[in-house]
Design a protein around this ligand. Structure first.
Ligand code: GDP
Length: 440
């Protein structure tokens, strides 16, 4: 996610951020580099120009040049401007009370991720205590109705479908069905086309009139960059949008669509799609994304993700144990498992300040972690609790059992010893802990 643009900004800020004093020339140079980075990220030219001019104007003022830490002041200016580009603050879905139906209309081109996103949002609303209904009104793409039905079944949300070619009729009937059966939210999946055309706009216009949605959301593929922005503009002009869902954000290295959308269309991004699974839909937080792009990390999201997926009591127990004398191989295995639960290590690292874009998936040897897990799993309970008893013959047996080599077993044991030592030192030396925290 956003690797390319993050790397570019991290480089720029590394140069200027640490300077004790900066000149107007330093600012001009940095802004020029920012301009290149934004253009490279496929940000709309008008947006780039405005961004650059405003940044220069503000940064050249006395406040920055005379500041105690001018580099940091400059970074802050760029950060705040980027938050504004992304839409200032998080925009929530506007839903009516549970006693009336809130209709959410989904539109977008074929392949943008409409059907998938409709199911993702339904799953999210269900989790929040709503009772959503999905309406299968994409009667153009073959299998779209079937796809929605399968997804609906998977997430436990009812899907309204009819065997007809009249999408307006299906939408109307779906709303009546929702009213009758106490569904408080109706999500309408509509037909896209390969490109914008009259028939599609006409149909969407009629559906919109028939169901009077509270939200009309465009689903756009973030990887198409400026194209996504143009599409949003057309849809807004012809049917009127209230917001955007940017999909495939997980695969978007550049971020051009996210950075241009608000300025060009005036429409907020409500959610981003971050994967193919039904839970891969996240609210869009401008502040967090800006920090991430600028290489400052996204600690808030990291902590939230940890809280959602980790067993906090277990984590606290492990942490305590790590700092004590009796940290065992079993604890190390538990730790691996906790990490596995949190998902890709790559996506976690990307949220850490200064780490994003610096390490690629290839650098992180997940294969090695799997092998290490297998090695510990091949040990007996006694061995896991006391590594000192693991002599040559036991090592041979463990290697065989885990499909690794004695050398790999030796390496793991050595690494374990080292971790234990470091952790013990860490526990005894509060100053060292503070230093590490500061680095974070
Ligand atoms: P539709 O024609 O607009 O209804 O598009 P679909 O919902 O069928 O999605 C098209 C493809 O994009 C499917 O293969 C989805 O799995 C994939 N997709 C949708 N959203 C995301 C996302 O956020 N991330 C990734 N990686 N893939 C996505």
């Amino acid at each position: 996610m956003l690797e390319k643009v993050t790397t570019a900004f991290s480089d720029i800020f590394r140069k200027i951020g640490g300077k004790a004093s900066i000149t107007e020339k330093n600012i001009e140079d940095a802004v020029e580099e920012i301009k290149m980075a934004l253009l490279d990220a496929d940000v709309n030219l008008r947006v780039v120009r405005r961004f650059v001019n405003a940044t220069i104007e503000e940064a050249k003022g006395e406040k920055v040049l005379r500041a105690v830490d001018p580099g940091q002041q400059f970074v802050k200016i760029v950060h705040d401007r980027m938050v504004a580009l992304l839409g200032d603050s998080k925009t929530d879905l506007r839903l009516k009370g549970p006693d009336t139906q809130s209709v959410i209309l989904f539109l977008g081109l074929q392949g943008s991720g409409k059907t998938t996103s409709a199911a993702k949002l339904a799953a999210r609303l269900l989790k929040e205590g709503r009772k959503p209904l999905l309406a299968a009104c994409d009667l153009v793409r073959p299998a779209a109705v079937e796809q929605l039905s399968i997804l609906g079944e998977k997430i436990g949300v009812a899907v309204y479908r009819e065997d007809t070619k009249d999408a307006v009729k299906v939408a109307k009937n779906a709303l009546a069905f929702a009213k009758k059966n106490g569904h408080d939210v109706l999500i309408v999946d509509t037909a896209g086309r390969l490109q914008i055309d009259e028939a599609m706009m006409d149909e969407i216009g009629r559906i919109k009139k028939a169901v009077d949605p509270v939200e009309t959301l465009l689903v756009a593929d973030s990887m198409t960059g400026q194209n996504a922005v143009e599409i949003a503009k057309s849809f807004d002009e012809q049917v009127g949008l209230s917001g955007v869902i940017l999909t495939k954000f997980d695969s978007d290295a550049r971020g051009g669509a996210a950075l241009s959308l608000k300025t060009i269309t005036g429409k907020p991004i409500l959610f981003v799609g971050v994967g193919e699974k039904t839970e891969d839909l996240e609210p869009f937080y401008p502040e967090r994304i800006a920090s991430r792009i600028l290489g400052m990390g996204d600690i808030v999201s990291l902590v939230e993700k940890a809280q959602e997926t980790m067993d906090l009591e277990e984590a606290a127990r492990l942490q305590k144990k790590m700092a004590s004398e009796n940290f065992t191989l079993q604890d190390m295995l538990d730790q691996f498992e906790q990490m596995g639960k949190m998902g890709s290590i790559q996506s976690m690292l990307d949220m850490l300040p200064g780490m994003a874009g610096q390490i690629s998936e290839a650098d992180i040897n997940t294969q090695a972690m799997k092998a290490q897990k297998a090695i510990i799993q091949s040990m007996t309970k006694k061995e896991r609790n006391n590594h000192l008893i693991i002599g040559p013959s036991r090592r041979k047996r463990i290697a065989k059992g885990s499909g690794t080599s004695v050398a790999e077993v030796n390496k793991l044991l050595k690494q374990f010893e080292k971790t234990r030592l470091t952790m013990r030192k860490f526990a005894k030396n509060k100053g060292l802990a503070q230093k590490l925290m500061n680095q974070m």
